[in-house]
Design a protein around this ligand. Structure first.
Ligand code: GAP
Length: 453
């Protein structure tokens, strides 16, 4: 059963994202532009950590995957051959009463009649296809011959470069080509914050194989991808695998799974894992007249490989991480009075800032100097933040709210003023338990490196 939606929780998350610099509305000072978002100083770190972890497990830790970075604009023929120009569309309906433009699947059905979700009117136009690709012109003339599109997925540049990458990497089947990059879709109704945007990033792997390996690899990649989400802090209990029924799959796909997450606005897709057969390479081979075949040296056979594609959205993963991390608990303020504490319980692996360093007091030079020494010690290995302003309790709260998992405080004991045995030790505070342990400065780097790896 799908989790109940929680609009209040979502409102708090959106407000925190703006207040603390995770996500801003694009072009905000001009009134914004629907479906477009900018990532602020913390958002960009979180996003980068997600992409880096994906690249690490999908490319660097494997012998059978290489990366590439394709251009966003490509020859129009790519989009003709892939079928996007003809069929990459959503059915669109206009409400004649309130003039809303709607995706047909957003209409409300009551007693067999379709209604506008905005005004409840039944006065709706027939559904007609609306192509989601952004059209543009390349070069100085704006005519039919210069048309192309902003790519709606990164996958196609992998297919059209298949032969070049195969030649330079000298890989044998099965092997994959991975790419992270921007994609653009002129969504009819962007909504749910960054969930459905008009500009977003994808992390895609095209894993090429023999026909007989396709179904098995589809299962393999579904499991790998579930493990990925678990390893960045999304519990298995909140992830769901939807087997896309035959009539809803692309006609060329022999099997597709959607990996879904329980967002506060309902259960929604994070990633698609699809067995696309040899459709894409065959289409491009036919249309370009260039061979995209693989030569098997052992069997001396030549054939077009099949492909299994795990295709994830960076922005949706980031949003799921923020939704999962958001929590409120009770903690004492400076006077010991209990107050609500907002905490982003990010997995340390993806947290934007790994460790905050605080001198207990900012006007005590030896404390400040020691804290800065610790920053210099940690900085080459992780993103650290130095903060000396305000009461220490308030400084902890500020870091809790942005999900910094560790806080290091330099106090008088660090200077050995109270007990010589404690010289060059600091307190290490854990964001979630708020417990503090006393550790040697010389052990800090090792201790933290293990916890954020
Ligand atoms: N190459 C296959 C492909 O593009 P898709 O299911 O259309 O498949 C893959 O997209 C992933 O890209 C989705 O699971 C989602 O995470 C992300 N995505 C797609 N459209 C998006 C949008 N409008 N806004 C944000 N993310 C989107």
């Amino acid at each position: 059963m799908s989790a109940p939606s929680d609009p209040q929780r979502m409102e708090k998350i959106v407000s925190l994202c703006k207040r603390r610099g995770f996500v801003f509305q694009s072009s905000e000072i001009y009134g914004g532009l629907n479906g477009l978002w900018d990532y602020g100083p913390l958002g960009v770190e979180l996003k980068r950590n997600v992409k880096n972890h994906w690249w690490r497990v999908m490319v660097h830790e494997r012998d059978d995957v290489v990366g590439m970075d394709g251009s966003i604009l490509m020859n129009r023929s790519v989009w003709k051959s892939s079928g996007h120009e003809e069929t990459f569309s959503d059915p669109m309906v206009d409400c004649r009463t309130c003039k809303a433009r709607l995706r047909a699947d957003q209409l409300i059905e009551k007693k067999g009649a379709l209604k506008c979700p905005n005004c409840g009117s039944k006065d709706l136009t027939e559904a007609r296809p609306f192509n989601l690709m952004f059209k543009t012109y390349v070069g100085a003339t704006e005519d039919e011959s210069s048309i192309t599109y902003l790519r709606p997925e990164t996958a196609q540049s992998i297919f059209v470069q298949f032969k070049n990458v195969l030649e330079v990497s000298r890989k044998k089947l099965p092997f994959g080509i991975a790419q992270i990059g921007k994609a653009f879709r002129n969504e009819i109704n962007p909504r749910n914050f960054t969930f459905r945007s008009r500009e977003f990033e994808q992390m895609e792997l095209e894993y090429f194989c023999r026909a007989e390996q396709g179904m098995e690899l589809l299962e393999y990649w579904k499991e790998e991808r579930l493990t990925f989400y678990e390893n960045i802090g999304i519990p298995r209990s909140k992830l769901h695998v939807l087997t896309v029924p035959g009539k809803e799959r692309a006609f060329y796909s022999k099997g597709t799974y959607d990996i879904e997450y329980d967002f506060p606005f309902g259960r929604q897709e994070l990633e698609g894992v699809a067995y696309r057969t040899d459709y894409d390479l065959s289409q491009h081979q036919k249309a370009s007249g260039k061979s995209l075949e693989y030569f098997d040296e052992e069997t001396k056979q030549r054939f077009v490989p099949h492909v299994v594609e795990p295709s994830a959205g960076v922005d949706r993963t980031v949003l799921a991480l923020i939704c999962e991390a958001y929590s409120e608990d009770e903690a004492p303020d400076e006077k010991g009075k209990m107050e609500t504490r907002v905490v982003l319980r990010f997995h340390p692996r993806v947290a934007p800032i790994k460790c905050a360093v605080f001198p207990l007091l900012k006007n005590k030079e030896p404390l400040v100097a020691k804290a800065k020494e610790i920053v210099d010690l940690l900085r080459p290995h992780m993103f650290v933040f130095y903060d000396e302003s305000g009461a220490i309790g308030r400084r902890y709260r500020r870091q809790d709210e942005i999900g910094t998992p560790f806080g290091v405080t330099v106090d008088f004991e660090t200077l050995g003023e109270k007990d010589a045995a404690l010289r060059d030790t600091v307190t290490l505070r854990d964001r979630d338990s708020m417990k503090q342990e006393r550790v040697k400065i010389s052990d800090l780097l090792e201790l933290l490196s293990v916890r954020i790896a």
